[in-house]
Design a protein around this ligand. Structure first.
Ligand code: NI
Length: 171
């Protein structure tokens, strides 16, 4: 396994819609392995492929990074149902370092995805797992959590976001 450098806000790949995975091969398993290693190294609870420079519908989620039993490896994930109840929780993102903010999202979702062999799976999730999955699926659509902040909060972080993007574009 090898760790991959993260893409930071300002990189255009974070704004692209990720492509559906059609080939379930060795390189897909390797990508998932590398993403898990990168997520653990960076101290995150979720990571989407565009964040490591790969515009594919792949994400890893683990609310307990040290516990392999709570790890989800998601290929072509999609939310097929959302509950009516919403909640407001503070989020952060490895691709938006130094910024956190409250985001309103549905509590319960039904998630459909494939595993790395292409087998279909479906589950209803809530709590922190649901929250992380929704954040990562946003990444696959080119959406960042900062897009979902209140207008006032967006104004507050505007300068910081611009500075992050400026540094990214210099690299
Ligand atoms: Ni993120």
């Amino acid at each position: 396994m090898s760790r991959i450098n993260l893409k930071i806000v300002g990189d255009s790949i974070l704004r692209k819609k990720a492509e559906k995975v059609e080939v379930f091969d060795e390189s897909l398993s390797k990508l998932l392995d590398d993403m898990v290693e990168t997520m653990i190294f960076e101290g995150g609870v979720g990571l989407a492929a565009p964040q490591v420079g790969v515009s594919k519908m792949v994400a890893v989620v683990n609310p307990e990074p040290e516990n392999s039993e709570t790890l989800l490896r998601l290929v072509n994930p999609k939310i097929t149902e959302t509950g009516a109840e919403t909640e407001c929780i503070e989020e952060g993102c490895l691709s938006v370092p130094g910024i956190r903010g409250n985001v309103i999202r549905p509590v319960v979702i039904v998630l459909e995805y494939q595993d790395e062999k292409g087998n279909a799976a479906k589950m209803q999730i809530d709590g922190i797992v649901s929250r992380i999955v929704q954040h990562e699926l946003d990444h696959l659509a080119g959406v960042l959590f900062t897009d979902r902040l209140s207008f006032a909060k967006k104004m507050m972080i505007k300068g910081k976001l611009k500075e992050l993007a400026r540094r990214t574009k210099q690299e």
